[in-house]
Write a protein that binds this ligand. Structure first.
Ligand SMILES: [Zn+2]
Length: 363
């Protein structure tokens, strides 16, 4: 039995002299309780010394403490069983994990000092429909040294104009799909910030990204709700899964409907509206860029498969999982016609017909 180290996020508390608790986690913590009241005096002394060592030094050597407390081999074996259970549940480690945890915490809190690989940040694409988002994203990406291309109006227009969700126009579908695939292939992540999300364009974009397996990081304000999400298909649900699971329900809430009614009553877009939203846009863009930077540099996504929803009037915040919908038309197991086959069979028919036509010279 070697030394035991306390996990980095674990703490030890005494409840009187007979019980101590090991707790890990912050808001959603889990606890292990060791009640030593029923043990013999020597064992009680042993456990007390171990808990004190964990509090003072964050590690202890059970054999050394056992010898000091005069514990026999049988007592030590029973204690070893307790400690190995705590180790299995992640409260204790047999090796010092603090360096590993510290590195991970540094990475996730975006402190990259001394990590060379982060210099190789892959380019990403930023989509938005308002100039303020692009301006904020441009400023932040320069500061972060994040190679972020701004999508031009033509790309947004094409994403809105094409229809990749139905296959009734097979040829157009294939051509548009290939065109967008070529356009988006070079990017490590696609980022987007919108004040009113262009749902049609996002569905089309999602279809291409599901195929290319590129993560999509979105931040938008829709009605009274602010939403941040990251899809990384096929590991997580895609944008259409999000629509099925969350967006449809949000749009059905009384708060959303009354917002829409009030927006219609108060007329169309007003002068200065964009300016009033600038702080919200700033928040959206910086959150999306912070996530995007991790995706483009370390392939880590803290938000992957999760949705942060904020009800803006009262700042109620909710985090939900973005699970796949089995019947999702974009990433689920739904039978679809094979366009290549349809197209080539159609062409074969035309070729056969053309073979039968003979052009005869009038002379
Ligand atoms: Zn899906």
């Amino acid at each position: 039995m070697g030394k035991y180290h306390l996990a980095d996020d674990a703490k030890v508390f005494w409840d009187g002299d007979e019980t101590f608790r090991v707790r890990k986690g912050i808001w959603n913590y889990t606890e292990a309780v060791l009640a030593i009241g029923g043990e013999e005096e020597k064992a009680r002394d042993f456990y007390r010394r171990c808990a004190d060592a964990l509090i003072l030094e964050r590690c202890f050597d059970p054999e050394a403490i056992g010898a000091a407390a005069g514990l026999d081999a049988e007592g030590l074996a029973a204690a070893a069983d307790n400690f190995s259970q705590l180790a299995r549940q992640g409260f204790l480690h047999t090796e010092d994990q603090s360096f590993l945890t510290r590195s991970l915490v540094n990475l996730l809190s975006m402190s990259f000092t001394g990590i060379d690989d982060v210099k190789r940040v892959q380019p990403a694409l930023f989509l938005s429909t308002d100039p303020t988002s692009a301006k904020v994203a441009g400023f932040l990406s320069d500061e972060m040294k994040y190679p972020l291309d701004m999508a031009d109006e033509a790309l947004m227009a094409e994403l809105s104009a094409v229809d990749l969700t139905t296959r009734s126009e097979a040829m157009e579908h294939l051509k548009a799909f290939e065109r967008l695939e070529e356009r988006l292939k070079p990017y490590s992540a696609i980022l987007g910030c919108f004040l009113r999300p262009p749902i049609g364009a996002l569905r089309n974009l999602n279809r291409v990204l599901v195929k290319l397996r590129i993560p999509l990081l979105l931040g938008f304000v829709d009605g009274p709700f602010l939403t941040l999400l990251c899809t990384s298909s096929p590991e997580t649900g895609c944008f259409e899964c999000f629509e099925h699971r969350v967006l449809a329900r949000l749009e059905d809430t009384a708060a959303y409907t009354s917002f829409v009614r009030k927006a219609v009553e108060s007329g169309r877009k007003k002068e200065g509206e964009g300016k009033a939203h600038a702080s919200l846009i700033g928040f959206l863009v910086s959150s999306v860029l912070a996530e995007g930077f991790l995706a483009s540099s370390l392939r880590i996504n803290k938000l992957a498969g999760r949705i942060i929803n904020v009800y803006l009037p009262t700042l109620e915040i909710q985090v939900q999982d973005l699970l796949r919908v089995p019947y999702c038309p974009a990433c689920g197991s739904v039978a679809a016609a094979d366009m290549d086959e349809l197209y080539t069979s159609g062409r074969a028919v035309i070729d056969r017909m053309l073979d039968k036509i003979q052009i005869v010279s009038p002379n």
